[in-house]
Design a protein around this ligand. Structure first.
Ligand code: PHE
Length: 473
């Protein structure tokens, strides 16, 4: 048996940076503004915030509690609490489902992060192009027309060499960091990447406020147009809130396991939720002024960041430089999230197979990498393959969208649902309450949300996700 060193964060700040790093990712910068843009801005934001506070935050707290109490990976931590609560270890299923979700998310997450890396490369070469052209402040993507720039994404999707190299580099970095351990790898990466991320976010937002249409972006994000709301939008907002805070994916349970006993969990969970939501809104305030000022469509959908923004940067002062910073920022956000996804699986593998961390990281990471290759190829040569083709909701989706959809519609809500029922009804109340650090009215409120509101809300996401035709329009 390999002796496993008990690992842990060196401080509360380290935990917060790592957990915020896990939560803040492509979901905040790419998906949130996309969804807000498509669903009418302010009304979506309002519903989103309600979902975060009433459903997301209580779940974040539940997950960190399970992790800290168990002191192990998501599955074994959940199992420990189930045993101590004298209920069937079947309740620990949420840990296993979460670990599977983390595994699957990372397969396509790394491919998308690879696109980001490609754009970092484009802007680096562009920036140097701008420098040597004698005008460092020339717009981005100098030699391309407004029609050509968006075609880059299509060209990227056809180019397996670039797609796969970027995916490889990204996975390699993620694995190398996780293999170094909690303190020397994950914590260190978060300590460098997260503060830089925040500085870039603030700088680019200020830039957008000066050169873009900040006022319009503010009114778009904060003036609710309720005519755009329907049950589908509410469902989408809740699903996004959970994904964005990494709920249901084992990541928070795993990171919670490394938290020292004296750290108060409730305020820490609140900070994670607050930071994650703050970053999502800031990302909107960073992106929309630029998109508006270039006269582009805020409801462009998933191509907003990859096609619309590069066009916008072209016509802005110092656009190539700011564009470069922008994609570096997304890259950092993606990296700290993918680290947490890999760690959720690796922590389990170390315990399950009694192997060294390095072996678990390279082994698990290698398998994820291979499934990721299939995701990348599903953008071109395998675009017609249907892995769950027999299942109506996945009849038309390629491998990547099927995995994404399966995780979002099935695994994450199932994990969250079992978690909230377990913590709300089954787990030993004394143990859980003591771990939460809450008391009085706050404890009662959290208990109410966990036992009643979350199970209902998460069941609805599950039902409407699986049977979209049931959605009232
Ligand atoms: N929350 C991350 C994001 O917003 C994604 C993620 C999900 C990371 C689950 C870890 C676990 O991009």
């Amino acid at each position: 048996m390999v002796a496993v060193k008990q690992e842990g964060w060196s401080s509360r700040t380290a935990f917060i940076l790592a957990a915020v790093g896990a939560a803040v990712g492509l979901g905040n910068i790419w998906r949130f503004p996309t969804l807000a843009g498509e669903n009418g801005g302010g009304a979506f934001v309002l519903i989103y915030i309600a979902c975060v506070v009433l459903i997301g935050l209580p779940l974040v707290l539940s997950e960190v509690i399970v992790g800290r109490h168990g002191g192990s990976d998501a599955y074994h931590s959940a199992e420990k609490l189930a045993k101590e609560s004298n209920v069937s270890s079947g309740w620990a299923a949420f840990g296993g489902v979460g670990i599977s979700a983390a595994f699957l998310i990372l397969t396509f997450y790394s491919v998308v992060a690879g696109w980001v890396l490609y754009y970092v490369g484009v802007f680096i070469s562009d920036f140097f192009g701008a420098l040597t052209s004698g005008d460092p402040f020339a717009g981005a993507l100098l030699n391309e027309t407004k029609e050509e720039i968006p075609q880059r994404m299509g060209a990227l999707f056809e180019n397996n060499f670039i797609l796969l190299s970027m995916h490889t580099i990204f996975m390699f970095l993620t694995i190398a960091i996780v293999a170094r351990g909690v303190t020397d790898g994950i914590e260190k990466a978060a300590t460098y990447l997260m503060p830089t991320f925040f500085i870039l976010l603030i700088l680019i937002t200020i830039y957008g406020a000066f050169v873009g249409e900040f006022g319009r972006a503010v009114s778009f994000l904060f003036t609710p147009d309720f005519s755009k709301l329907n049950a589908g939008v509410v469902n989408e907002a809740l699903g996004q809130a959970l994904f964005s805070m990494s709920v249901g994916s084992a990541a928070l349970i795993t990171y919670g396991a490394y938290v020292p006993k004296e750290t108060k969990l409730a305020p820490t969970a609140a900070m994670i939720a607050f930071a994650d939501t703050g970053v999502a809104i800031m990302a909107g305030l960073m992106i929309f002024p630029i998109v508006f000022s270039a006269g582009l469509d805020v409801a462009a959908g998933p191509t907003l960041v990859f096609q619309s923004l590069p066009i916008a940067f072209q016509s802005m002062p110092a656009g190539s430089f700011v564009g470069l910073l922008f994609f570096v920022l997304i890259f950092f956000a993606a990296l700290t999230s993918s680290i947490s996804l890999l760690e959720a699986v690796v922590a389990w593998a170390i315990k399950k197979f009694q192997c060294s961390r390095a072996m678990a990281a390279w082994g698990v990471g290698g398998v994820i990498f291979l499934v990721g290759v299939a995701c990348a190829l599903s953008l071109n040569i395998w675009s017609e393959l249907r892995i769950l083709g027999f299942w109506g909701i996945f009849a038309e989706t390629n491998i990547m969208d099927t995995i994404d959809g399966f995780v979002g519609k099935v695994l994450l809500p199932v994990a969250a649902l079992i978690t909230t029922i377990f913590i709300g009804w089954k787990a030993d109340k004394k143990l859980v309450d003591a771990e939460s650090g809450l008391n009085g009215g706050k404890l009662a409120f959290w208990r109410f949300l966990t036992a009643w509101l979350s199970p209902i809300a998460v069941s609805l996401i599950l039902i409407f996700g699986l049977f979209p035709s049931l959605l009232p329009s």
